[in-house]
Design a protein around this ligand. Structure first.
Ligand SMILES: Nc1nc2c(ncn2[C@@H]2O[C@H](COP(=O)(O)OP(=O)(O)OP(=O)(O)O)[C@@H](O)[C@H]2O)c(=O)[nH]1
Length: 321
């Protein structure tokens, strides 16, 4: 058993606030004793006083509620509280306290009756401030990360748009808007492989504008450009959705007709000649070639080109082969 002098030493030198509260019959709680640490916090004149006599009303009311609960439960309670109090100069201070209160029974007549509350309170204001600071810092970081993520998403979106534009520019002919030579050749290669894999026919049309040099020479290069655009547009409008139109160079166009045999290709060529004449006011010559077993894209296109030259020789009549 610890002797009284040891308990007194503990009481006097314990670094946290210790206090003894008397539970009054009229519902009040009186500060019966306070250790030096507690006296340093609230001042000696509080001793023997009920809490509302030396604490701001709201704080006294909040503490009373805790004490009443502890008395009713008759069990120790541990809680954190935000409390205002007056320091030894009478200035109001605010702080966070971690408090433990223990009900004591000192009545001979009724050993169950809580007559006192023993309390230990630790000032955790700095800990609380550090936690608030950390939380604020985290929120700031989160906001910054959110902002960066939004900026990144925006930049990614722009990049995707730009990539799309670049891809478009890399595959399209600048003047007419149809596929450029490199891309129509890539597509041609793909269509040949598809035709072999699925055993479907494939035809190509090589198209050249008739007497185009004359348009340039008599009406100027601008009018020539406009005529090329008109021809590309009218060819495109006369084709089916899965036919592919590319500018092969100068006034030459290459058209891929997937799933079209020679007969279909001849019919398409005639339709194109007619429609281009009607819509663009320009006559064209067409060479037709249909995929054979031993063909490459070069040999297929070369055969269509030979047919085109033959057609030119026969005064712009289309010839198939
Ligand atoms: N305006 C314009 N002209 C171009 C362009 N590319 C090529 N040409 C011109 O197209 C003409 C092609 O002429 P050719 O195909 O040799 O001759 P053609 O007058 O069409 O005669 P045929 O083909 O025999 O009917 C040349 O005058 C080129 O300068 C272009 O992008 N814009």
């Amino acid at each position: 058993m610890m002797g009284h002098s040891l308990i007194r030493e503990l009481w006097n030198h314990f670094p946290e606030n210790m206090f003894l509260i008397r539970v009054e019959e009229d519902g009040h709680f009186t500060l019966e004793a306070a250790n030096p640490a507690q006296v340093d916090t609230i001042g000696r004149e509080c001793l023997g006083q009920p809490l509302p006599a030396f604490l701001p009303a709201a704080t006294a009311e909040a503490i009373y509620a805790r004490y009443r609960e502890c008395v009713a439960r008759n069990k120790p309670m541990r809680y954190q509280e935000h409390a205002a109090f007056f320091d030894e100069h009478g200035n109001e201070q605010n702080g966070y306290w971690l408090t433990l209160i223990v009900p004591l029974h000192n009545a001979d007549d009724d050993p169950q009756r809580v007559t006192h509350l023993f309390g230990i309170s630790q000032d955790v204001t700095e800990l609380h401030q550090a936690r608030d600071e950390l939380e604020r810092h985290n929120q700031e970081l989160e906001a910054r990360v959110e902002q960066r993520t939004a900026e990144l998403q925006h930049a990614n979106h722009e990049l995707r748009l730009l990539n799309g534009q670049l891809e478009e520019m890399a595959t399209r002919d600048f003047l007419t808007g149809c596929y450029n030579r490199r891309h129509i050749e890539t597509l041609g290669q793909r269509e040949i492989e598809r035709a072999w894999r699925y055993g479907t026919p494939l035809s190509v049309l090589m198209i050249d504008l008739d007497a185009f040099k004359q348009v340039n020479d008599t009406q100027g290069h601008g009018a020539g450009d406009a005529a090329l655009k008109r021809v590309a547009a009218s060819l495109q409008s006369a084709l089916r959705a899965n036919d592919l139109l590319g500018r092969f160079g100068g006034d030459e166009f290459l058209i891929l007709l997937p799933e079209s045999g020679n007969e279909d290709a001849c019919a398409t060529a005639e339709r194109l000649e007619r429609q281009t004449h009607e819509l663009a006011g320009i006559s064209i010559s067409v060479g037709i070639a249909t995929l054979r077993r031993d063909d490459s894209l070069e040999s297929l296109a070369a055969r269509a080109d030979q047919q085109l030259l033959a057609a030119k020789r026969k005064s712009h009549r289309n010839v198939s082969g």
